[in-house]
Design a protein around this ligand. Sequence first.
Ligand code: ADP
Ligand code: ZN
Length: 757
Amino acid sequence: MDHHHTANPSHAATPTCWTVVVPGPFFGGFTYHFDLDAGPAPGVRVRVPFGQSERVAVVIEPASAEGEQETRPILEVLDEAPLLDDRTLACLRWAAAYYHHPLGEVVFAALPKALRGERRLEVEALVSTPAGRSALEAGEAKGERQREALSRLVTSAGPVPVAKLGPAAVRRRLVEKGWAEPTRMTAPAEWSVPVEPGSEAAPALNAEQQGAVDAIVSAGEGFRAWLLHGVTGSGKTEVYLALIERELAAGRQVLVVVPEISLTPQLIDRFARRLSVRPAVLHSGLADGERLAAWRAVAAGTAGLVIGTRSAAFVPLARPGLIVVDEEHDAALKQQEGFLYHARDVLVWRARQLAIPILLGSATPSLESLRHAWDGRYGHLRLTERASGATMPAIHCLDVRGQTMVAGLSPALLRAIERHLLAGGQVMLYLNRRGYAPSLVCHACGFVAGCPHCDAFLTWHRQIGRLRCHHCGFEQGVPADCPSCQAPLSVRGMGTEQLEDVLAARFPGFGIVRLDRDATAGKGVMADSLARIARGEARLVVGTQMLVKGHDFPGVTLVGVVNADQALFASDFRGPERFAQSLLQVAGRAGRAERPGEVLVQTHDPEHPVLRRLLSEDYEAVMAAQLVEREQAELPPTRFAGLIRADAPQADAARGFLAGVADQLRERFGDELAVWGPVPAPLARRAGRYRFQLLLLAQVRSTLHRALWAVDDSVGSRRLGGAAALVDRRRSDRSRLTATAGALHCGEIPSTWRIAT
Ligand code: ADP
Ligand code: ZN
């Protein structure tokens, strides 16, 4: 330190202050000074003293030293160049404010894991000297390898990593002769581009596809959001491909975001077959090193095409041209734990910031996006027919009231399964409940095996011989008989495991595959299962929500929805919307090739209005009716909603805390803000904690933000006091919010407190 003070006294006299952020429950940044020669810049990582220890922080902006008490020094700058450019930083600051989440957490969540610590990107390198240049010109280098290394150094504009300069002995000679000097440099972010052109030709686009492409192209550069509403199999991906090809040819980058990792392999394959690019891939299933390489290649602009899941929404783009969000309605685009954000909404904001178009595609668009399209804020593009010429499947209800069911299957559905199997078709059965049975009960005394930590039953997983809580992960062995009266236990309800057993016994020899989180947990299992279906080895497919997601199974002619009632009577206000989306998506798996498809939906309530409308009208009509209902109920998307949730080991602590917040908000905002609650959260007790929530609804977005800031402030300064003495803004409990998947959405700003009592 002293050495630098003497070397540069003027700097030492006026240290520059910087605001940095660290991950943790801190709303603001922290100010540090830096008094060495080369100062940090926004977007670089630094090492700083923090409390009694040291932390890695990211520099956000210069800070004024005025009014500050003594600042502590930045100890070390870890990056030569910013990891996050100004536009990405601006986006992260917006997201932190919009979602009311600590900026440090947001910034670190945006970095690949490999860069959240001290790992440096610098590598050893050599740089040529003037003597080296003359030596090369004079032909003094001896041997091919030495000549090659020297020529590479001299012709390169700057340093070259040692890895590219041949064996250590060769490099040592170059330094000994004074032709090169050792130095360090940031490892280059390289991305190989295959020389082979895409091997597959594009089909000629049909009129609707071409119309969609033309509309987007003729709108020119600059921000515009487009909703591409195309029925399942209508060729949305071909529209993406045509646009991607154009952007890549123009030297611009394209970011494609999909809701599920399992959707990336088929998309990557298809893109690679068609375009002469190797897409950079970003999702949580990658090794840290792979992810880092892809992230850097995108940030540096060396990778032209990037495909990722929701966290890719924040990747810096060096030369952005287009953003595509596939399956834009999918709830998996919303992060449900930790930093809660909706990738689609973040990307619309980013597209505006970057002044580029964004294309949101779905066969069943979200009500939010449809409304924007109806109001003309988004361009509205429709693909109404299947590209292959296949017809849309017919959907029929099976009224199962009074029917004798076999393992949840009505005689009519069993007959249909048999008919389709014998006709050579594949059959897919959708049941949104995994495990063997959702509960074990005692007929004698009424005992039900429940989770000791949650308001939930334990699911019996017969294959592994365990009872498991799907909310907190609690597990135990299966009791031989009722723990309270020793009578034998029996199963109630049905899960995918049981359905698989029953079907395998009833239709032997047809081959069966189960697709759910349990059955596809192992590495490569999912790909294997999909391949077995594709080859027709498995003629029966049983699965959960996983079936709904975009897979293309051309041989499937019958789709059976085993239990529609579960979804129809969900308590979430988005229940009917989600039901309509799942039903049409799973129905869309049927009859994608020559053979026409049939869809049978088992229900106890065939007169349910949502179901009726889905069978008789089109999706937009169903959603239009939903919008009217939401308007009447004063719910999103016609209102701006925020959810504040608190959980605590005692119910009173959580409820009391939120009651205090509610009083404060009602007093301050009056009619401008509706405050609902506190009420128990959908799963009122989970992992041993009682969960309550407040729903805030405002006509005007800024009112909602002001209300949430007011809560942040008063909680931050602990003015609420009382039972809720200490509030930890950090959401370390990973399973906290999953029970209300769908409760937070577009325009809704989640906010959660954990009360540590
Ligand atoms: P979506 O993404 O809307 O589900 P895809 O793009 O996967 O639809 O297309 C469905 C099927 O139709 C694919 O097998 C695709 O190759 C084919 N397809 C798409 N567009 C055309 C076209 N213009 N001509 C012929 N086949 C097409
Ligand atoms: Zn539990």
